[in-house]
Write a new protein. Structure first.
Length: 199
């Protein structure tokens, strides 16, 4: 599985079963011109934004924006309500469980945590404007206890939120990558791994 970041909450997850694009919006549409995706998920977005992105990305892909269970080309997708007007998506990809929390604005309830469990890779918002801030993000990470964490929804690499998060997670500037490859057999066992990506 390969993961690239396009800013905000938009990631391209490439797998042998297909390509998933998360939370694409009008702010990063220029970067997505040549992106090919089989599945698009929107945790929250205006209807016109969804239509524009769906028409722009490769062949007409499957698009999901509501809680429920879906399956496309062997990729199982679960949408979980996670706050007002926000859907968390869980993808089963190459033997790994990947969760995208979308624009989470509040703490997760015990019921939501129960549904979002056993996560290998977690995309978590940290920006604090339209989403939870770093302190709450760290609490959510602790509740879910994923093997790998990737922050999202922050403004720039020198943004205060990502700097604070990087300090708490022990990530240096030199460790930031444009793309990461993750295999199920290489998932960390004893300690959580955190990646801060470049868009």
């Amino acid at each position: 599985m390969e993961i690239s970041w396009y800013g905000g909450g938009s990631f391209l997850i490439k797998s042998k079963m297909g390509h998933i694009l998360t939370d694409a919006d009008s702010s990063n549409s220029e970067k997505l011109k040549n992106v090919q995706a089989d599945v698009l998920t929107f945790s929250t977005a205006k209807a016109e934004t969804k239509v524009k992105i769906l028409n722009q990305v490769g062949q007409p892909p499957f698009g999901f924006d509501l809680p429920g269970e879906y399956e496309v080309g062997g990729i199982n997708i679960f949408g979980v309500e996670a706050g007002e007007d926000n859907t968390c998506f869980i993808y089963l990809v190459e033997g790994m469980k990947v969760a995208h929390l979308g624009k989470l604005k509040t703490d997760l309830s015990d019921e939501q945590i129960e549904k979002i469990n056993g996560i290998d890779v977690l995309f978590v918002p940290i920006g604090g404007a339209e989403t939870i801030e770093v302190k709450k993000a760290l609490n959510v990470i602790s509740q879910i206890d994923p093997k790998i964490v990737i922050p999202m929804y922050y403004q720039a690499e020198d943004d205060q939120a990502v700097s604070e998060f990087a300090k708490e997670e022990g990530v240096t500037q030199a460790e930031r990558k444009e793309q990461i490859k993750i295999l199920a057999k290489d998932l960390p066992v004893d300690e959580r791994c955190t990646y801060i990506l470049k868009s």
